[in-house]
Design a protein around this ligand. Sequence first.
Ligand code: FUL
Length: 456
Amino acid sequence: MKKNILAALLLSTVAFSSFAQELPKPTVRQLEWQQLETTAFIHFTVNTFTGKEWGDGTESPSIFDPVDFDARAMIRTLKETGFEMAIITAKHHDGFCLWPSAYTEHSVKNSPWRNGKGDMVKEIEEACREYGVKFGFYLSPWDRHNPAYGTPAYNAYYKNQLKELLTNYGEVAEVWFDGAKGENAKDMQYDFDGYWQMVRELQPGAVMFSDVGPDVRWVGNETGNAGETCWSTINVTAENAPGKMSPSYLNIGDPEGALWLPAETDVSIRPGWFYHEEEDSKVKTGPELVELYYKSVGRNSLLLLNIPPNKRGVFSEIDKQSLYEFRSILNETFRENFATEKINKTLTDKELSSYVTLKTGKPYVLDFKKSISFDRVALQENIAEGQRNAEALLEYWDGKSWKELSRFTTIGHKRLFRLPLVSTTKVRVTVQKAKLPVQLSEVGFYKASAKEEQGI
Ligand code: FUL
């Protein structure tokens, strides 16, 4: 990241925090993004046909021929399984473009697909509009095909392509800047300031992802795990650029962080990011995806799950089956909040802006009046006013005394607990450490779907 953008970001936050102990807070676009909770990645390029994960840029466009490519079918599946956004790899590291860019011949226009007349980014985008799914794209800065790569001229090429994608495909909800860069590419100085400025100008509603934001950050691993403690705040130093941040720091964030950069958890339904037939037996099952949901969305992050189309250009049946299982388990589990109509309405009205304020050291009792049984609990903070809880205790009343359910750290947008089944009339939450009084916005008490345990 260049110093001027960083300085501007830091200055605005510092100026803010000097007024009445203001905490870093999300922008409207960051807040809306966080509420999407489950989003999808679609990794597709020549790798699907060569069996590689990273193409080297020498692949011939003639190998790219997904004969049954069906954007509508894929986006319909995503919609039906609760994914709110789809991010397509418009260009991966191999440099092959899924749209007919005017700036290169290394694209679908020289492939047999749709006789070279197709635009895959457009088809995905139109399907997203049809099904009410947000649209985003990934445009790899690392390009192993373009001859200008490694020289300043590459920045101009990249920006030309970025502009095509930002202007010809309607509203863009997210732009993904990958920090990956091969050994042979160390000298390339990306103009991230320029890239980001262009996105802001042309698509002010889009969030930008990279290790260092500027809107959302990498979670620090590709296994689908946000930190058990996960702050949406973090510090970024002038030396840091995408690809250079410490993964463990990214995973947990920083309670003292001056920037609001919530963590995005990107993980693939398969071992690789691209479809490889030999991995058909290793597709994550519905219950395994549910596990990832608890470890991402349930830890104040957002799940970006990759489902790669196969060589035909559609999701494979086995991947689809996992997606439908995943969603049916979640729907069944979170269908009924047993606390609804039993406790203060503001805590179950699904409105972030209505909340109960919890003071440190003062237990807050949720009295259900009659016994409820649950094994899943959800807590949410009103993050519009910053992330505040650092340590707290969750207990239930066993008829004689308070018994510990969980001792935990951050809440943020959402914290989900998986607990042994308990039946009780009362639960209490005691904040033990917080940056400011905690604005508890929502609470939920649920019973897990039997399918989750049975692994069906
Ligand atoms: C990484 C890339 O190298 C992978 O191929 C994949 O695109 C993943 C989401 O990001 O940095």
